[in-house]
Design a protein around this ligand. Structure first.
Ligand SMILES: [Zn+2]
Ligand SMILES: [Zn+2]
Length: 138
């Protein structure tokens, strides 16, 4: 069934992969997006991250940027994701990127994806009065 790619906006006869992205602008601030991508866009933007994710136990990424391959050392940024690719199990992504590749990916994720509501932060949960609600909020 053709599905619309949220990056190139073309109908993909081969279906789309859904990816949930997350990154942390600061340690208590989580930003997440969801995008649906055709195979071409996955190939152009996500394949390096899929193959160099720390979730792939055969690869020791260290501080090497998953996209450009430079040793980012103190300049590392983390990009997280869960990819739902047709015909496969979901894939957890945890990628080390240099700040320049991270900025490029972040811009693409923002323009091609849809912002998801923030998860309740611990600070916000303190406003929850009923212990039942607090429990359900996890
Ligand atoms: Zn596309
Ligand atoms: Zn890089």
């Amino acid at each position: 069934m053709p599905r619309l790619c949220s990056s190139c906006h073309r109908r993909s006869p081969d279906g789309v992969a859904n990816i949930y992205w997350a990154y942390y602008p600061s340690s208590d601030n989580r930003v997440s997006y969801r995008g649906s991508y055709c195979p071409d866009c996955i190939n152009d933007h996500v394949t390096p991250i899929l193959t160099n994710s720390t979730d792939n136990s055969e690869v020791d990424v260290g501080t090497q940027c998953a996209i450009c391959g430079i040793d980012a050392q103190d300049d590392t940024q983390w990009l997280y994701g869960t990819a739902y690719i047709p015909g496969r199990e979901s894939i957890g992504l945890e990628s080390v990127l240099c700040s320049s590749c991270f900025a490029t990916m972040q811009a693409w994720v923002i323009t091609s994806g849809k912002r998801l509501p923030d998860r309740a932060s611990p600070a916000r949960r303190e406003g929850v009065t009923s212990p039942v609600w607090a429990l359900l909020a996890g």
